[in-house]
Write a protein that binds this ligand. Structure first.
Ligand SMILES: *[C@@H]1O[C@H](CO)[C@@H](O)[C@H](O)[C@H]1NC(C)=O
Ligand SMILES: *[C@@H]1O[C@H](CO)[C@@H](O)[C@H](O)[C@H]1NC(C)=O
Ligand SMILES: *[C@@H]1O[C@H](CO)[C@@H](O)[C@H](O)[C@H]1NC(C)=O
Ligand SMILES: *[C@@H]1O[C@H](CO)[C@@H](O)[C@H](O)[C@H]1NC(C)=O
Ligand SMILES: *[C@@H]1O[C@H](CO)[C@@H](O)[C@H](O)[C@H]1NC(C)=O
Ligand SMILES: *[C@@H]1O[C@H](CO)[C@@H](O)[C@H](O)[C@H]1NC(C)=O
Ligand SMILES: *[C@@H]1O[C@H](CO)[C@@H](O)[C@H](O)[C@H]1NC(C)=O
Ligand SMILES: *[C@@H]1O[C@H](CO)[C@@H](O)[C@H](O)[C@H]1NC(C)=O
Ligand SMILES: *[C@@H]1O[C@H](CO)[C@@H](O)[C@H](O)[C@H]1NC(C)=O
Ligand SMILES: *[C@@H]1O[C@H](CO)[C@@H](O)[C@H](O)[C@H]1NC(C)=O
Ligand SMILES: *[C@@H]1O[C@H](CO)[C@@H](O)[C@H](O)[C@H]1NC(C)=O
Length: 325
């Protein structure tokens, strides 16, 4: 008992000295956190010369050294070594389980210091999976999940083309941001969407996910000779161009005065038009996936060139005459 308490007093005295000395020496890790497989060196700063000492992680001894001799404990055999002059510890091929508080102790000179080291597994094989990639524009939602084959506590971030996806009333990020849910998909949500997964030691990017959004036809437009003008002189050539927003592309068909013609496709050319070709021209669009139709109509007036010239001069003249009378 007496011997035990004597030891305790000695231990406390030693501990006090150690606390005083340890303020002066710090452990400098070559990196922290470190990635699995890295070689890690724990150096002491300021650099000191040692006769002897030991390294431990938590309760577990790593090695001890005395002069030029070092002894590595079985748990670290083959992957730990010390520079006997500087006391620097080198650990090769570190594992996640090598995380912990590393403690160096020496009696000559007297010191004790510790540092906490974290070893993280690098993220690898970032994979995305979408429940469905072909969707109707109205009232459908998409779910994409991101996963990694390995990696310590990854953080997830989503990209839509070159911009980051942020949560909104239509966009939800759940499961630590690893799941992206988009509701009310629009034609502008085709992507490409990518998932970035990273932790303090690594990062990885998934392949892209593209959505095929089925929509339309809508937002139709019709131009004649590239303009919005609807009056032309007899003998003109008319090139009518029709467009519709639609996926898959709409099938286009032309009608004149409410009667379907045999002309299909976006272009209809009429050469040397005559007066009786005046009337309503329609372009009809059909999307065979949405089963929706849409139509645009333009009333075209073909005037005899002389008639039109006359009307330009005559109308103001007639008005003027009317006013004078
Ligand atoms: C590490 O050192 C600090 C003081 O520098 C001390 O408070 C702490 O108890 C030590 N931790 C271990 C596990 O030795
Ligand atoms: C990558 O992850 C996918 C899905 O999680 C899995 O099927 C595949 O085997 C993994 N590939 C590698 C090289 O780990
Ligand atoms: C949207 O879809 C859900 C189920 O998929 C359905 O219950 C709901 O009635 C739909 N709403 C509209 C406006 O189509
Ligand atoms: C999604 O669309 C439905 C009808 O299609 C609408 O009632 C709802 O408010 C929309 N939700 C959002 C978040 O825009
Ligand atoms: C999820 O992402 C948002 C940014 O969109 C970020 O503020 C948040 O901290 C992230 N959450 C997690 C658990 O990573
Ligand atoms: C994706 O980006 C496009 C613009 O490039 C935007 O219109 C669309 O709303 C975005 N979708 C999501 C889900 O972020
Ligand atoms: C998605 O679309 C982009 C172009 O927008 C293309 O580069 C990429 O290969 C597509 N990804 C897939 C998986 O088809
Ligand atoms: C035709 O008119 C519409 C509106 O009436 C306009 O949005 C469009 O830009 C015009 N196109 C040309 C080629 O002038
Ligand atoms: C109409 O087109 C025909 C054949 O393409 C051409 O010979 C003629 O000169 C054109 N007429 C006008 C008014 O441009
Ligand atoms: C359309 O084509 C059919 C046969 O291919 C023909 O009988 C018909 O007269 C054509 N109609 C018009 C308006 O050109
Ligand atoms: C649907 O329309 C697309 C585009 O116009 C066309 O390529 C496809 O053959 C059509 N499918 C059927 C079943 O008609």
């Amino acid at each position: 008992m007496g011997r035990k308490s004597g030891e305790t007093v000695a231990f406390i005295t030693l501990a006090l000295i150690q606390v005083l000395v340890s303020d002066a020496v710090e452990i400098k890790p070559s990196k922290n956190p470190a990635a699995v497989g890295d070689t890690l060196t724990l150096s002491l700063s300021p650099s000191t010369s040692f006769q002897s000492g030991s390294w431990a992680v938590g309760e577990s001894q790593i090695l001890t050294w005395l002069g030029a001799q070092q002894a590595v404990f079985p748990s670290h055999s083959g992957r730990a070594s010390v520079d006997v002059l500087t006391g620097a510890l080198t650990l090769s091929s570190v594992k996640v389980t090598d995380s912990g508080v590393y403690i160096v102790q020496s009696t000559d000179p007297q010191l004790k210091a510790n540092t906490s080291i974290t070893v993280l597994e690098a993220v690898s094989n970032v994979t995305v999976k979408a429940t469905q990639t072909s969707l109707m524009e109205s009232n459908s939602s998409a779910v994409i999940t991101c996963s990694v084959s390995s990696g310590s506590s990854p953080t997830f971030l989503w990209m839509n083309g070159s911009s980051e996806v942020t949560a909104s009333d239509r966009v939800q990020l759940t499961d630590g941001n690893s799941t992206l849910t988009i509701t009310n998909m629009t034609r502008y949500d085709q992507g490409p969407f990518r998932c970035h997964a990273f932790n303090l030691v690594s990062n990885g990017i998934s392949d892209s996910v593209n959505f095929t959004i089925i929509y339309g036809p809508d937002n139709m437009a019709l131009t004649v000779n590239g303009q919005n003008t609807t009056s032309f002189t007899a003998g003109s050539n008319l090139t009518m161009l029709c467009s519709a927003q639609s996926n898959p592309p709409a099938q286009l068909q032309w009608a004149f005065k409410g009667e379907l013609t045999n002309t299909s496709g976006p272009l209809w050319e009429l050469l040397g038009v005559t007066k009786d070709q005046s009337g309503p021209y329609s372009c009809l669009a059909f999307n065979n996936r949405t089963n929706m139709n849409s139509m645009i109509t333009m009333n075209i007036l073909i005037a005899r060139s002389s008639e039109q010239t006359v009307s330009v001069w005559l109308l103001p003249l007639l008005l003027l005459t009317g006013l004078l009378l």
